[in-house]
Design a protein around this ligand. Structure first.
Ligand code: FPP
Length: 255
């Protein structure tokens, strides 16, 4: 990454006085990117990168939970990922089952609540069943929320919200003059969740890739060149340390 971008996004090397904001982000969102490149660098098939991605996810859940993060949202499969070759799509859509089969007991013991955002109906039955079961079993847990974005795409989410709201207008339930941020937010998959405070994207890509476009309006962004399978506690700590030093003004000014 060019140095000026690294400075912009990592907060390393900035010379102005740092300000402590809140300790850890309440809601952390992660685009788990770079599995394919991690595998290619090792002359391994892409699927090996995704397997290593599961290990990084397991680690990150543990670290985020220990650090006191309340909500961890991870982008696991996008509405655009269907464009990949079918064997890779099939592999990716088996990962939730595989992960939940091995980890659900532990997540439940740790009081973690599993949630999902995305178009559930478009997923294969085995993926739906695994996720629904995890959501049901952990529904009453009061600890960290582990939120999987699966078959998720922000533009489609917004389109669905617009359709639902316009239907309510047509039915006379909503007056167009009442449509505000709160009404739109309440029709998104994330209705029950606060907006992310911090977004992390590994792998050196600096874009949002149709992830939480509405919800990220005032989220702090942090990018790193490390590929997702290599993402570890030190990277999470670096991101959180950068977050702590951000001056969040939400469009206002500090008086
Ligand atoms: C993007 O990397 C990653 C994905 C599309 C899949 C993410 C899945 C995991 C990290 C495994 C854990 C998931 C669950 C649900 C347990 P890429 O394949 O686009 O990498 P590349 O850009 O280097 O090709």
């Amino acid at each position: 990454m060019p140095r000026f971008l690294r400075r912009l996004f990592s907060d390393k090397g900035t010379t102005h006085a740092k300000k402590e904001t809140s300790s850890v982000p309440c809601h952390l969102a992660i685009i788990m990117d770079g599995n394919g490149r991690w595998a290619a660098q090792r002359k391994l098939p892409r699927t090996a990168g995704h397997q290593a991605g599961i290990v990084a996810l397991r680690r990150t859940i543990k670290h985020a939970n220990e650090m006191g993060i309340s909500i961890l949202t991870v982008y696991a499969f996008s509405t655009e990922n269907w464009k990949r070759p079918k064997p890779e799509v099939d592999f990716l859509l088996r990962l939730p089952n595989e992960f939940l089969k091995s980890d659900l007991d532990n997540l439940h013991k740790k009081n973690i609540k599993v949630m999902m955002i995305g178009f559930m109906e478009g997923l294969p039955r085995h993926t739906r069943n695994a996720v629904s079961e995890a959501v049901e079993i952990t529904a009453k847990n009061t600890g960290m929320v582990l939120n999987f974005a699966l078959n998720y795409g922000s533009r489609d989410e917004i389109i669905a919200a617009v359709r639902a709201i316009t239907q309510k207008v047509a039915d006379g339930e909503v007056n167009p003059a009442q449509i505000d941020e709160q009404i739109i937010s309440s029709h998104l998959f994330t209705a029950a969740l606060p907006d992310p405070d911090l977004l992390i994207r590994p792998s050196g890509e600096i874009r949002l890739s149709n992830f939480l476009l509405w919800q990220l309006a005032y989220t702090e962004l942090w990018f790193t060149e490390v590929n997702w399978p290599d993402f570890d506690r030190e990277h999470l700590e670096e991101a959180i340390s950068a977050y702590r030093n951000r001056d969040r003004r939400f469009g206002g000014i500090k008086l």
